[in-house]
Design a protein around this ligand. Structure first.
Ligand SMILES: [Zn+2]
Length: 452
C-alpha cells in the first residue's frame, strides 16, 4: 500500500466548454447531448477581433498628440473592408485545430468490426478483454443484459467468446464466435482477472458468482467456480490478487472470495450507515485496499494495515477515507498512472472526472480535475498513461479526449441507439462499445507515438 503523506501540488483545471449551469441541470445521461462547441468559440473569436479594432481606434483618439484626423479616417476607410472581409471569413482557431489534428495523428481510431448478438429490445451490453491471441488482438467475451423491472426471468441468456482469427492475407484479424456458454439468468457484471487474463468472473442478476477460464489450446471456456450469495446481484467485481475476487453490492456490502479448490468467503465488509448511499462502482488497489463509488457522488478509500483480529468473517474492519466527492452518481472508477504515479480516476454522470493521487491525505490540495467535454458520460475508459479518455457516444460514435491539452477527436458511428459500455484492452489497441440495438462496435487504435 502507498504511504499517505501530506503534500501539496497545484490543481490543474480544464475549463468547461459548456456553461456550468448546463452541467448542473443535467439529471441523467439522456439529457447529455451537448451541441458541438466549435461554432460558439468561433463567434467569440470574431467578437474579440472586432474589439481589438475598436480599441486601436480608441487608443489613437485618446492620444491628444499630433495626429491627422483626416488621415486616420482615410486609413480606417481603407482598412475597414479588409477587416470586414476577415470577419466574414474568420480564420480557423489555429491552436484548437492543430491540437486536434495532432491528437488524431497521435491516435488513429478506426471502426473495426461489429458483433451482432441475439438480444431483447433495449438490452445493454457487458464485455471484457481476455489474453492476447494473435497480432496484439485479445480474446473477447460479451453478453447482453435484458431490461429488468423486477426478477430476471431470462433463462436463455448466453456468454459468447470471440477469438480474433488472422486472415489469410494482410495483417488483419476477424473476431469469430468460438463458443457460447448458456446462462440461466442475465449477468450484472463481468470482469477479467488482471493477474491472469485467461480467467474472468461474472455476477448474475439472481446473486450467483461465476469464475470461468479460457483455454487457449482448445479456444474453449470452462466454468471453474459457481457460488450463490444472499446479497443479490453484484454491481462491481475486481481482483485483489490472482486468487482473490472482490465483489461489491448496491447495499454497501463488499466481499472478498478466495479461489482454491473451492471458492470460499474470506471476509465481508459493510459500508458504515453514515455513508447512506448505494454502492455503484468499486476498484481494488491491492490486498485490503480498495476504492468505492456511490450513487450520491461519494468516493471512499477503504484500507486495512493490521491483520484481522476478529474471527467473524462478516465483520471486516476498514479505515474509511472520503475522497473528493462528486455532485452526481459516480459512474466509473479507473486505475491509471500519470507521470509514473498511481492514480484513481473517478467520473460522474455530468462528465466531471477527478484524478485522485493516492499518496495524498488532503485531497483538496492535491488533485487534477478534468471536465470532460463529451456528450455522454456514464462510462469512460482511459489509456494506461491516464492522458487519453475515451467515451462512447450515440449511434456507435466514439469521442476521445487528451487531458494534457484538452484536444478532442471524434470517430463517426455507423450504428443506431445509445451505448453505455466501453472497455479498452490492456495493450491500448482495442476498444469495444455497446450495446447499439443488438450490436457491439469494436475499434482498433493505432498509437503513432510512444507506447500507450
Ligand atoms: Zn434478465
Amino acid at each position: 500500500m502507498d504511504v499517505l503523506s501530506i503534500y501539496s501540488s497545484p490543481v490543474i483545471e480544464f475549463t468547461a466548454t459548456q456553461p456550468l449551469e448546463r452541467q448542473n441541470a443535467l439529471v441523467d445521461n439522456c439529457t447529455g447531448t451537448d451541441p458541438p462547441p466549435a461554432n460558439a468559440d468561433k463567434l467569440t473569436e470574431t467578437h474579440t477581433k472586432k474589439q481589438v479594432a475598436t480599441q486601436t481606434e480608441h487608443i489613437c483618439s485618446s492620444e491628444s498628440a499630433d495626429y491627422d484626423e483626416r488621415a486616420l479616417a482615410k486609413w480606417l476607410r481603407q482598412i475597414y473592408p479588409l477587416v470586414e472581409l476577415e470577419l466574414s471569413q474568420p480564420t480557423p482557431l489555429m491552436d484548437e485545430q492543430c491540437s486536434e489534428c495532432s491528437l488524431q495523428e497521435q491516435l488513429q481510431v478506426h471502426t473495426y468490426q461489429k458483433l451482432s448478438l441475439h438480444s431483447m429490445e433495449n438490452s445493454q451490453g457487458l464485455a471484457s478483454w481476455l489474453c492476447v491471441h494473435t497480432n496484439n488482438a485479445p480474446v473477447l467475451v460479451v453478453t447482453t443484459v435484458a431490461p429488468h423491472d423486477d426478477w430476471c426471468e431470462h433463462v436463455e441468456q448466453q456468454l459468447q467468446l470471440y477469438v480474433p482469427e488472422r486472415m489469410s492475407q494482410g495483417s488483419y484479424v476477424v473476431y469469430t464466435l468460438s463458443k457460447s456458454v448458456p446462462l440461466k439468468s442475465c449477468l450484472r457484471s463481468l470482469t477479467t482477472n488482471g493477474f491472469n487474463k485467461n480467467i474472468f468472473a461474472g455476477a448474475s442478476m439472481d446473486g450467483e458468482l461465476f469464475v470461468w477460464t479460457y483455454e487457449q489450446a482448445t479456444m474453449d471456456v470452462q466454468q471453474l467456480h459457481n457460488v450463490s450469495t444472499a446479497q443479490g446481484a453484484a454491481v462491481a467485481l475486481d481482483w485483489s490478487t490472482e486468487q482473490q475476487l472482490l465483489v461489491g453490492y448496491t447495499n454497501g456490502v463488499v466481499q472478498q472470495w478466495q479461489l482454491g479448490q473451492q471458492m470460499t468467503l474470506e471476509w465481508q465488509y459493510t459500508l458504515p450507515a453514515t455513508v447512506a448511499a448505494e454502492l455503484t462502482t468499486m476498484l481494488s488497489l491491492g490486498l485490503d485496499d480498495l476504492v468505492l463509488g456511490t450513487n450520491d457522488g461519494g468516493v471512499y478509500r477503504c484500507w486495512s494495515t493490521a491483520p484481522q483480529v476478529s474471527t467473524d468473517k462478516t465483520n471486516k474492519q476498514f479505515q474509511l477515507l472520503p475522497l473528493r466527492r462528486h455532485r452526481f452518481m459516480v459512474s466509473s472508477l479507473l486505475r491509471t498512472q500519470l507521470n509514473g504515479q498511481q492514480l484513481v480516476i473517478s467520473c460522474d454522470l455530468s462528465g466531471q472526472a477527478y484524478y485522485h493521487d493516492m499518496r495524498h491525505e488532503d485531497e483538496d490540495t492535491a488533485q487534477l480535475i478534468v471536465q470532460i467535454p463529451l456528450p455522454f458520460k456514464n462510462s469512460i475508459a482511459c489509456s494506461r498513461d491516464g492522458n487519453i479518455i475515451y467515451c462512447p457516444s450515440s449511434d456507435g460514435a466514439l469521442e476521445y479526449y487528451r487531458v494534457g491539452d484538452g484536444a478532442q477527436a471524434h470517430v463517426k458511428g455507423v450504428l443506431r441507439g445509445r451505448g453505455n459500455l466501453i472497455r479498452l484492452s490492456d495493450n491500448g489497441c482495442w476498444l469495444i462499445t455497446g450495446l447499439y440495438g443488438n450490436e457491439f462496435q469494436i475499434f482498433y487504435i493505432e498509437n503513432n507515438l510512444a507506447a500507450n
